[in-house]
Write a protein that binds this ligand. Structure first.
Ligand code: ARG
Length: 475
């Protein structure tokens, strides 16, 4: 026999003291006061409410399909859940809510909106498969957001690369001037790192796309729910294979945390380059005022805070990955309450990226190369390899040409004369194979254009990269 729905007012007042509890039948006393704060996770998991409602609506459908509830009951649940969502949207139900977690809160509100039938929704479901499902749904959406933000950053880097095609920069190894490169080649170096991050994020989203719902607490669902249909309905690509694995598996979250941490490392390295390049000592780049801040004491200061803060924030991305690895390491098979700690770490990683990536994209979009200043710091020693290559073209083995050019560099340093200003005679003494036209090597354009193999810094090699990057950003 159907029980009569509890009046909404009764349910509401019950919620205001201890909150709605999903368990308790076998308990006599309430939760120990010191235990309450430890037990609660609503402050963290409340943001999963849209996923919780979505999952619950799909579960109600599955219960109809399995013959557990009637179509009319399913309809009541669905209408109730839509109303619950409307209330949660306003944020009001979260204020002073004493419920243990978001699942308890949604169920309490559902009782208020739908009455007694709400008590049928949790049939065959456990919070173990429910939270695993909600979290994965959230993760898939979060991954899309990060991918989109990284796409914007890549587009900003592409535009900077385009502005830097005709700018010739020192390319650094060991932070010492190495060989000349196009400004575009430097900007694209960062772009490719973020392109790999986009792939990693997408792979983590794919790993998240396996549906745990229908696994119950540990042993599976005793009612004939169509898990394939559930998966399709919720946008998962397949249901999980094993209920024991499904409720305790957070591999996808670690994949995403790793992808975020790696993105953080790349942001940090880009930040480091920006800090160096915007310094007085380098002066290769200038960021717009909107991405810099001043000093409270030194009136002249213009600090590239977008780069510095982002470099700093990336530390927590690494920390969050470590926290998750440590969290799951010693857990016995199946669901363990420890897993409640999985959420704030991943939320934090995603929030951090959604804050830093757009700021960096804006900073990069505002960045301008400073060709005059760059010209001043280009040392002709950057062309030492080109000199050695020139001898190779005349048939001199590279080891011998390397040695000969090394001696020329030494001589230029001893005499305090830039390499390019040594007399032709000095070159011919070092290696008679040098022609009288040896000075033609001291041409920045000639140097970068010679590096024309794919992936190099010649104009056509750089443009090929730009085209490929554009193609990937569209795909
Ligand atoms: N709040 C819990 C979490 O975040 C939900 C699952 C709780 N399961 C349980 N059996 N107590 O993981």
């Amino acid at each position: 026999m159907k029980r009569k729905a509890k009046p909404a007012s009764t349910a509401k007042s019950a919620a205001n003291d201890a909150g709605h509890s999903l368990w308790g039948g076998r308990f006599e006393g309430g939760l120990a006061p010191e235990m309450r704060a430890l037990n609660l996770s609503l402050d963290v998991d409340q943001r999963l409410w849209p996923e919780d409602v979505r999952g619950s609506r799909a579960w109600a459908k599955a219960l109809i399909g399995a013959g557990v509830i009637t179509k009319a009951e399913g309809k009541k649940l669905d209408v109730g859940l839509v109303r619950v969502a409307a209330r949660l949207e306003t944020g009001a139900p979260f204020r002073n809510a004493a419920d243990e977690d978001v699942h308890s809160l949604v169920e309490r509100l559902l009782f208020e909106e739908a009455g007694e039938v709400a008590g049928k929704l949790h049939t065959g479901r456990s919070r173990n498969d429910q939270v695993a499902t909600d979290f994965r749904l959230w993760g898939m959406g979060a991954a899309d957001g990060i991918e989109a933000a990284l796409g914007d950053l890549c587009r900003a880097l592409l535009a900077l690369a385009t502005r830097g095609v005709d700018v010739i920069l020192p390319g650094y190894t060991h932070l010492q001037q190495g060989q000349p490169i196009r400004g575009a080649q430097w900007a694209l170096a960062h772009l490719w790192a973020f392109d790999r991050d986009r792939e990693r994020i997408a792979a983590a989203a794919h790993a998240a796309g396996v549906l745990p719902l229908g696994s119950g607490a540990i042993a599976g669902c005793p009612f004939p729910v169509d898990r394939d249909a559930l998966a399709r309905e919720l946008g998962f690509h397949r249901p999980s294979e094993n209920s024991v694995d499904a409720v305790g598996d957070r591999d996808w979250a670690l994949d995403l945390a790793y992808a975020c941490a790696m993105t953080g490392v790349h942001l940090s390295r880009l930040g480091e380059d920006l800090m160096l390049f915007t310094s007085l000592e380098f002066g290769f780049l200038r960021l717009a005022d909107g991405y810099s801040t001043g000093s409270s004491l030194m009136p002249q200061k213009r600090n590239p805070d977008v780069a510095e803060l982002t470099r700093g924030k990336s530390a927590r991305l690494t920390g969050n990955l470590m926290a998750l690895l440590t969290l799951v390491k010693g857990l016995p098979t199946g669901y363990n309450r420890d897993l409640q700690e999985d959420k704030h770490t991943l939320f934090d990683s995603v929030d951090t990226l959604l804050m830093t990536v757009p700021a960096m994209a804006g900073g990069i979009a505002s960045a301008e190369f400073q060709p005059k200043r760059i010209q001043q710091v280009l040392d002709t020693q950057l062309l030492a390899t080109d000199l050695a290559d020139e001898l190779v073209r005349k048939g001199v083995p590279f080891r011998r040409s390397h040695e000969a050019v090394g001696k020329l560099v030494r001589r230029s340093e001893l005499e305090g004369v830039p390499l390019a200003d040594l007399p032709v005679k000095a070159f011919l003494e070092a290696a008679p194979e040098f022609g009288k036209d040896v000075k033609k090597v001291f041409d920045w354009e000639r140097s970068v254009e010679s590096r024309n193999a794919p992936g190099g810094t010649s104009k056509s090699a750089v443009k090929a990269q730009v085209a490929e990057a554009r193609r990937r950003l569209k795909g």
